[in-house]
Ligand binder design. Structure first.
Ligand SMILES: *Cc1c(COP(=O)(O)O)cnc(C)c1O
Length: 387
């Protein structure tokens, strides 16, 4: 039986998959089981920050596997301590909680916000405002937090306590910020929602109003974080640090990890026994995370992301079928004229280029390490298929 048949016979059909079996990868190129190469403008949905099998990352991960692969959170490990210290230093946060995915990082943030408010004000101040067109994950709670009706189906009842406000609508935000609200949660750039950035005015209003009312700000940087937009956190481009920030996707270079970061005010909210995760802070994932941080801190990676992002954006804008580009750094979304994004993504695949879609847009999240040469090659393929 071939892989696809075996796969479909044994794994739930929750994804629309392309009929390709990926076998290996080197740098920014993936190779399927037939030996066909693909330039990667998607990096496994922004997870393979340093491309495939980056040498230093492989070494760090393999060294860790050979030393200690896991222990429970009843004990301490140096690698988790080292990684957390460096994460806090580069982001300005005070304390981290490690989980294994973006959804888990967001669950932690939601629990933290509710408990912060409960501890200080008692019951009833539990509502969290999230934005329409947002995406926060697939667990019941993070689905409930996700402000898109399409996700609120089948699995009733959903978790109570979320209110959805239109992104960039300050009036609607004000109307909903009453004394039952403990937090506002948002993506600076809505990734799954189509790569839609928040306006500066709106972000200003969120931080101002939340600050005045002791309402926590939660930035879901699961997709925008870890250098993706040309700063370690996208919030830095807006000049803000939320009380709580969540990271996942690219954090460990392709190993499963999510983290919830809390500032000085929130660092002690989740005390002993209030939260946990068996695999959270797994040493191998931490070693991978440290290797990603090494690259970001010890090279001009972030500057390169900004420059290459501009370069890619300018090249894409020269394609007549692309009418609009949004995003920052190496997180870009392209609106197409007269073409369907899903069909174009399939056609790109056939022509040796991996791209993502988000809503009706093409979405590009190449590895942070992509070269100009590969950007050029990828854009040539896009030009060809869009024409
Ligand atoms: C991908 C994503 C998530 C969910 O992450 P998982 O690791 O799939 O649980 C949450 N928020 C945002 C903004 C994301 O892009």
């Amino acid at each position: 039986m071939d892989t696809i048949e075996k796969f479909d016979g044994n794994i739930m059909h929750t994804y629309g998959r392309y009929p390709v079996v990926m076998e290996k990868g080197v740098k920014e190129t993936a190779t399927d089981e037939n030996g066909k190469n693909y330039i990667d403008f998607g990096s496994g949905i922004g997870t393979n920050s340093l491309g495939y099998c980056n040498e230093n990352w492989v070494k760090a991960v393999c060294d860790q596997v050979k030393t200690i692969q896991h222990t429970s959170n009843y004990y301490y490990t140096k690698v988790q301590a080292d990684f957390a210290e460096r994460l806090n230093k580069i982001t300005g946060y005070s304390a981290a909680f490690f989980g294994n995915s973006g959804a888990e990082a967001n669950e932690c943030a939601i629990k933290l916000a509710r408990k912060y408010s409960f501890d200080k004000y008692g019951k009833g101040r539990h509502n969290i405002i999230t934005l329409k067109n947002s995406f926060h994950g697939r667990t019941l709670c993070t689905l409930s937090a996700t402000g898109q009706d399409v996700f609120h189906n089948y699995f009733f009842p959903f978790v109570e306590g979320f209110r959805y406000v239109e992104a960039n609508n300050i009036d609607e935000l004000k109307e909903n910020l009453d004394d039952t609200v403990c937090a506002v949660m948002f993506e600076y750039i809505q990734g799954e929602g189509g790569v839609v950035p928040l306006n500066r005015d709106f972000v200003d209003a969120v931080f101002e109003l939340c600050g005045q009312n002791d309402i926590l700000t939660i930035a879901d940087e699961v997709q925008t974080g870890v250098g993706r937009t040309g700063r370690y956190l996208a919030g830095q481009s807006y000049g803000y640090r939320a009380n709580v920030t969540t990271l996942a996707k690219g954090i460990a270079g392709g190993l499963p990890m999510g983290v919830c970061l809390a500032d000085e005010k929130c660092k002690d909210v989740l005390g002993k026994g209030t939260h946990g995760s068996t695999f959270g802070g797994n040493p191998i994932a931490c070693a991978g995370g440290k290797a990603v941080l090494d690259h970001i801190e010890n090279t001009d990676c972030l500057e390169q992301v900004r420059e290459k992002g501009e370069y890619l954006k300018n090249k894409l804008m020269q394609i007549p079928e692309i009418v609009k580009i949004d995003g920052m750094g190496l997180m870009l979304g392209a609106e197409l004229k007269g073409k369907k994004a899903a069909e174009m993504a399939k056609s790109a695949l056939d022509n040796g280029l991996l791209v993502l879609t988000a809503k009706d847009r093409l979405r590009f999240l190449p590895p942070l390490t992509i070269s100009y040469e590969e950007i050029d090659k990828g854009v040539e393929i896009l030009k060809k298929i869009l024409d």
